[in-house]
Design a protein around this ligand. Structure first.
Ligand code: MG
Length: 381
């Protein structure tokens, strides 16, 4: 049995990771789980998967969790320390990082330094701290497996090719919930409309980020760090069906593509079983009648896309400031405080106002994240 630790086990990725573990039993098992505050679901997961250690967001949650679980020998940790202990758990061979936001970076670094295989769904780790992740990989001889459908696809497609054989990599974007809305209506869309993603079931922030294409901008930065190609060779295209997740154009002009149903179970499974392939009961793709469309990303509809990539090109602490600001802008939009286009208006101002620290430390990155949040929290539309 390969023991797995899952950070963020009650979130969208965490729940699906447990479904994959369940599907592949007894090959994989659960060594540890870390959550924020959803004790009810954590208690159910503990009863079903029997981890030996869990971590909760804060010390006040320890006692209420104990009351929900009869088994007293479960070790319960809490806070940032608990999260880092879970990320480096000696008995875990694989760490799935399904945390949302900048908080996911430190556990990614800790797990890689400890030589773990990390299934990385926390894209912020690479977006805000790509250079630190690269260092941690080198130091600990760990292995990084992307759990993002696009990056998992590209990872599979570039295997066996030398870097100079890869002309460019192309990730796809569904275009989100508002891709067909007249531009003039974008100022009046409601959170409910934005949260109805046409193809994917995901957490709230990433669903809004899919409608602005902030998510796709982050994914270009993520791909840049994962595959080591310049921004001019790391591209994105609109593909409304979300069937082709990634493509690689090789030096001779051949384009290889990876196709599968829009289902995160597959990239999660591949991160667990790599380099092996195992059968499963997840939905399979029906090729007959399949229609695949591709289009350029319209900068008028998605102004945030280029802004986020610009943040990546600037580098240093800029992506952290942009990411922190976006998290707050999305929350403010969901609370009805700002209209939808203010998300990119806010990001535009962050790009102008942030004082970049080049080659930042973890502390400097987290400070830039706080700066970005505070900058747009105070911001009046
Ligand atoms: Mg993705």
């Amino acid at each position: 049995m390969v023991p797995v630790a899952i950070l963020g086990s009650t979130g969208s990725i965490g729940r699906q990771a447990l479904e994959v573990v369940q599907e592949l039993r007894p090959r994989f098992g659960v060594a540890g789980l870390a959550v924020g505050s959803n004790l009810e679901l954590l208690a159910q997961q503990v009863r079903k998967f029997h981890p030996s250690v869990v971590s909760v967001g804060s010390p006040e949650l320890v006692e209420p969790l104990q009351q929900r679980i009869d088994k007293r020998k479960l070790e319960i940790l809490w806070g940032t320390d608990g999260l880092l202990q879970l990320a480096t758990l000696p008995e875990a061979e694989i760490v799935i990082n399904g945390l949302v936001g900048a908080v996911g970076l430190a556990p990614t670094l800790a797990a890689l330094r400890a030589g773990k295989r990390v299934g990385l769904a926390n894209k912020e780790s690479l977006v805000i701290g790509g250079h630190l992740v690269a260092q941690a990989l080198e130091e600990g001889h760990g292995k990084l497996l992307p759990i993002d459908s696009e990056h998992s696809s590209i990872f599979q497609l570039v295997e066996g090719h030398k870097k100079e054989e890869v002309q460019r990599i192309i990730i796809t974007a569904s275009g989100g919930a508002l891709r067909d809305r007249p531009l003039a209506e974008l100022a009046n869309v409601t959170p409910e409309e934005v949260l109805k993603h046409p193809n994917w079931q995901m957490g709230k922030r990433i669903t809004v980020d899919s409608a602005t294409l902030v998510n796709k901008g982050f994914e270009v930065i993520e791909a840049h760090w994962l595959f080591g190609l310049g921004y001019d060779r790391t591209c994105a295209l609109l593909h409304p069906q979300s069937i082709v997740h990634g493509m690689v154009e090789l030096a001779d002009g051949t384009i290889t593509a990876s196709l599968s149903p829009p289902d995160m179970h597959l990239p999660i499974q591949y991160a667990l079983t790599y380099p092996e392939r195992l059968g499963n009961g997840f939905p399979k793709l029906e090729l007959i009648g399949l229609q695949l469309d591709f289009a350029d990303i319209d900068p008028e509809r998605y102004p945030a896309f280029e802004m986020v990539i610009e943040g990546g090109r600037i580098g240093g602490t800029m992506p952290a400031a942009v990411n922190g600001a976006d998290e707050v802008l999305v929350e403010r939009f969901l609370r009805g405080e700002i209209p939808f286009p203010s998300i990119w208006e806010g990001l535009r101002q962050v790009l102008q106002a942030h004082q970049v620290v080049p080659d930042p430390s973890l502390e400097e990155i987290m400070a830039a994240d706080r700066w970005g949040r505070e900058f747009v929290e105070r911001w009046r539309v």
